[in-house]
Write a protein that binds this ligand. Structure first.
Ligand code: HEC
Ligand code: HEC
Ligand code: HEC
Length: 448
């Protein structure tokens, strides 16, 4: 009896200690999970203060600012209990019982097990505390009333951890846990309804996010991942490019801060899970654009694009992405293609693919009509097929006027390298390469 009592006391003493001082392994696992979940991208404004919050996150209904996750007692998570942290990530419920907006991807984090969530919490507790209170949300009526989120949760939020599928491999289940949970791939790649919730039955069917189109990740023939092998997906997620495409815009940020830092086994598990997604809705049947439209687009292409992308669109894999069979290019929604043509692009560099590259911006050099023409030409040549892009769509994407001084700035990729405890996060931009296209007649972007 006494022995049992001693054992119980001993166990509780150990568990008490474990809570107070998590092991180095737990902290390391928490750091890896925080990277898989890309917490830093949303919760950092000033790179020298990682996780201190205050980043403005635009939504179709206004903006919201991310909170401070450092262990500061007044403005961060310093005074939070483990249970409060768990409740926020698992149920989207704040300390005062109010509900969070889904700009915080708790509808994904709910899939994670308590142990993993608390490992993240343990990692965050090792950061240097920073005193910083983010501004209140600037959301439009009726969302400015947080209480509305109770209804939203009732209608759209399904709490609960990832249910393993016993028919599938351990690798598949690990992939599913990451894709639907921590890595929240569907937050961008699943289309949303007008309330900003995932559209039912359309998982990974492609979604519009901050002016970019996150393409389909299902098995759709032309615009999905049907033609990508597991190896193609792994290479893209680890290095930011493969023989089929490059990660630009928001995806470059995901690769730099998250997927390129994951273990080989985790990235492979993600690829295995994605390759097993159902094909989804078939690609639309497309009537090819009129001959005159194709000829006009071909002329623009021959003038401005051929030097890098080649007449047959083949480019140079991993330097100039090939355009034939390119799924992103054939997406029903041309937003990402138009963003790249309008703003140009800097290829992200990762340890696995350190050579830089860039594409000029064409917003100032080409008219809306010319951009629509060249997009239609690429989307409907070399065996490609995709719906027509109109000059009005191009105009919509231009947003601010062509005269804006920022117009020719390629969007920057924010890369975080978050150290422990030394108080100085460093922002590493990929090196800006010399822009030197082969032909001297090509329009070059201005420098920002
Ligand atoms: C896509 C952007 C995004 C990502 C990724 C993200 N968050 Fe957040 N998070 C937010 C926003 C926005 C809020 C504020 C929501 C609100 O006010 O309703 C928030 C709120 C929170 C809160 C509540 C804090 C408070 O003071 O009430 C916690 C805790 C939190 N996030 C932790 C995390 C952790 C841990 C991760 C990574 C596992 C993470 N977040 C990833 C955007 C994000
Ligand atoms: C913040 C939004 C966001 C998140 C989160 C996100 N993606 Fe993406 N993803 C995009 C965008 C935007 C593109 C298009 C990039 C481009 O135009 O170069 C993209 C492109 C891709 C592509 C290339 C598809 C193609 O046809 O070229 C793959 C594969 C991909 N993402 C996988 C993932 C996986 C796996 C995850 C989760 C680990 C993920 N993404 C998370 C926004 C996101
Ligand atoms: C100086 C060389 C160069 C020129 C000229 C050029 N591009 Fe590109 N293009 C690139 C590079 C490099 C990338 C990859 C960017 C990245 O990594 O995000 C790219 C990417 C693209 C993509 C995205 C492909 C994908 O897989 O996501 C499209 C579409 C595209 N270019 C179209 C054009 C069009 C249209 C023109 C002419 C109006 C053009 N490019 C001119 C170098 C060039």
């Amino acid at each position: 009896m006494r022995a049992i009592l001693a054992l119980v006391l001993l166990c509780s003493a150990f568990s008490g200690e474990a809570q107070a001082e998590p092991s180095a392994d737990t902290v390391a696992r928490g750091k890896a999970l925080a990277e898989a979940a890309d917490c830093a991208s949303c919760h950092t404004t000033d790179p020298s203060k990682p996780f201190a919050g205050g980043k403005r996150i635009g939504t179709p209904l206004g903006a919201i600012y991310s909170p401070n996750l450092t262990p500061d007692r007044e403005t961060g998570l310093g005074a939070w209990s483990d249970d409060e942290f768990h409740r926020a990530l698992r149920y989207g419920v704040g300390r005062d019982g109010s509900r969070y907006y889904p700009a915080f991807p708790y509808p994904n984090f709910t899939k994670m097990i308590r142990d993993d969530l608390l490992a993240i919490r343990a990692y965050l507790a090792t950061l240097t505390p920073v005193h910083n209170s983010p501004p209140p949300p600037e959301l439009r009526w009726p969302l400015n009333y947080r209480v509305v989120m109770r209804a939203w949760n009732f209608l759209f939020f399904q709490p609960g951890i990832f249910e393993p599928n016993q028919q599938k491999s351990t690798e598949w289940n690990r992939g599913g846990y990451l894709v639907t949970g921590a890595a929240h791939c569907g937050a961008c790649h699943t289309p949303k309804n007008i309330f900003g919730a995932d559209r039912r039955g359309r998982a990974f069917g492609g979604g519009l996010v901050q002016g970019w189109f996150a393409p389909r990740l299902d098995g759709a023939e032309r615009s999905g991942l049907k033609s990508w092998s597991v190896g193609d997906i792994v290479e893209y997620l680890q290095s930011g490019r493969n023989g089929r495409s490059h990660a630009g815009g928001l995806m470059a940020e995901v690769v730099a801060n998250s997927t390129s830092k994951m273990s080989d086994a985790d990235v492979r598990a993600i690829a295995v899970y994605l390759k097993d997604l159902p094909a989804g809705k078939p690609d639309p049947v497309v009537t090819p654009p009129p001959q005159a439209e194709i000829a006009a687009g071909k002329a623009v292409y021959a003038h401005a694009c051929v030097a890098c992308h080649e007449a047959d669109g083949s480019g140079t894999p991993r330097i100039y992405p090939p355009l034939p069979g390119n799924a992103n290019l054939q997406s029903v929604d041309p937003s990402s293609t138009l963003r790249v043509i309008l703003d140009g692009a800097q290829t992200i560099t990762t340890p696995r693919a350190p050579n830089p590259g860039s594409m000029p911006a064409y917003a100032k050099q080409l008219s809306d009509q010319q951009i629509a023409d060249v997009a239609n030409y690429m989307r409907n040549s070399w065996g490609n097929a995709a719906p027509l892009v109109t000059p009005a769509q191009v105009k919509m994407h231009i947003g601010e006027s062509r005269d804006s001084p920022m117009r020719n700035c390629t969007s920057e990729v924010r890369v975080f390298d978050v150290p422990r405890n030394d108080g100085h996060g460093s922002l590493k931009f990929p090196p800006v390469p010399e822009r030197s296209p082969e032909s001297g007649t090509l329009p070059l972007p201005g420098h920002c």
